[in-house]
Write a protein that binds this ligand. Structure first.
Ligand SMILES: [Zn+2]
Ligand SMILES: [Zn+2]
Length: 399
């Protein structure tokens, strides 16, 4: 059997339901279930998209309406199909709390709507507002994983190193401190998050057996696909994606596409008192040189250096390459109108980022912009690292 390539972004948030009621306050108004499928189909070239708020009853209502109208249909291998072009995987991001106070986010994936609904009803009993994105369940991570397993879900750590809400960033130095062996053995993958990459994560020995996911964790339509995974699958379905995470029967992540981690919001340690990202301090920066007593927001790089087993990455044989990309909205001087024109011309953002020639791009947005897009593709734009919730920047100067 010949496996095919699919582009997969497994962490996208819903802003509003189709009636305008909020699901994620910081999410864009037009980030509805239906619009996400359309954006993936028409602009991004994403084949499989994971919706992280599928356990919200407001979202469940939307899904049921789209299923009833025939615009979407549950597919045999699990997941929901949109016009035979995009598969939506149903997931729920949940916040957990360890006994000592550390908080972390986790994504739980479900095969079908019936399982999501059962999980949603159970989760509703331990959260304040089940309608809203990433509810706090008050349980430690291992409690959530037990509950998810009982309901047929597949849980895994989200943005595993981010400072405020993640398993390594805020809770433990080793997964084995948070999970008993029988649960640990069932975790197929971790999500790297925007501020980390494979080179950084492979300095931690216990991650060698896990698959790495690069997902966008986006709260607006244009940011879908800023990170994604290229997978080898027989078909775009829940069962096939889960096989790829477990690296079974040849299914696998073939390449991770993601931001240079310096462009992420939490790459380096940040001092709120000085409003300063500590780019000049050798990692790990654990305090601010100017005000050593005030609390800092640890950078992902700094945290990983603090807890790593090896100073250099040791990639297991199965680890796929990590392809850096600078999404168009990070390229200096490219505005939303240029992006629209480019997508109209080339079909998807991915075609522009990775395939279109400089000459063809220049015909649409001019030579200067085309040159910057090509330099972004080649990784030669100078980058300023992000921190403390502020994205890093690609710079146009130093040409
Ligand atoms: Zn999260
Ligand atoms: Zn999220």
């Amino acid at each position: 059997m010949e496996l095919k390539r699919f582009f997969v972004d497994l962490h996208v948030h819903i802003g509003r339901d189709s009636r305008g009621r909020p699901v994620k306050v910081s999410g864009a108004r037009n980030l509805t279930f239906g619009n996400i499928a359309k954006e993936c189909f028409h602009r991004k070239g994403i084949d499989v998209v994971g919706i992280a708020d599928a356990a919200s009853p407001r979202v469940i209502e939307d899904i049921e309406r789209l299923l009833d109208s025939g615009e979407m249909a549950e597919i045999p291998g699990g997941g929901v199909g949109y016009r035979d072009r995009v598969t939506v995987l149903l997931a729920s991001e949940v916040e957990t709390r360890e006994e000592d106070g550390g908080s972390s986010h986790h994504l739980v994936f479900f095969r079908d709507l019936a399982r999501v609904k059962r999980f949603s009803r159970r989760l509703a009993k331990c959260v304040a507002n089940i309608n809203m994105s990433t509810p706090r369940c008050g349980m430690p991570a291992r409690g959530l994983y037990e509950m998810a397993h009982e309901e047929g879900g597949v849980p895994l750590p989200a943005h595993a190193f981010s400072p405020h809400k993640s398993i390594y960033g805020n809770c433990v130095r080793r997964l084995s401190e948070a999970f008993p062996p029988e649960i640990l053995a069932r975790i197929p993958a971790i999500e790297l998050g925007l501020s980390a990459d494979t080179d950084l994560a492979d300095t931690i020995a216990e991650l060698g057996d896990l698959t790495f996911l690069s997902n966008s964790d986006c709260h607006s339509l244009p940011k879908i696909g800023r990170e994604y995974n290229e997978m080898l699958l027989d078909a775009p379905s829940f069962d096939e994606v889960m096989k790829a995470l477990a690296r079974k029967d040849g299914r696998r992540v073939r390449r991770n596409f993601g931001l240079d981690p310096r462009l992420g919001k939490y790459h380096r340690t940040y001092c709120p008192a000085c409003d300063e990202t500590l780019r000049d301090v050798d990692p790990p920066a654990v305090s601010c040189p100017s005000c050593p007593d005030s609390p800092v927001v640890m950078g992902v790089l700094d945290r990983i250096v603090q807890i790593q087993d090896y100073p250099e990455p040791r990639h297991p044989a199965h680890r796929p390459p990590y392809q850096y990309q600078v999404p168009l909205e990070f390229v200096p001087g490219i505005g939303p109108r240029s992006i629209d024109r480019l997508i109209q011309e080339f079909g998807s953002e991915m075609a522009i980022l990775h395939d279109a020639s400089e000459k063809d791009i220049a015909a649409v947005v001019g030579e200067k912009a085309a040159h910057l897009i090509i330099r972004a593709r080649e990784g030669t734009l100078p980058l300023l690292a992000g921190g403390g919730g502020h994205y890093g920047k690609a710079l146009a100067d130093a040409d």
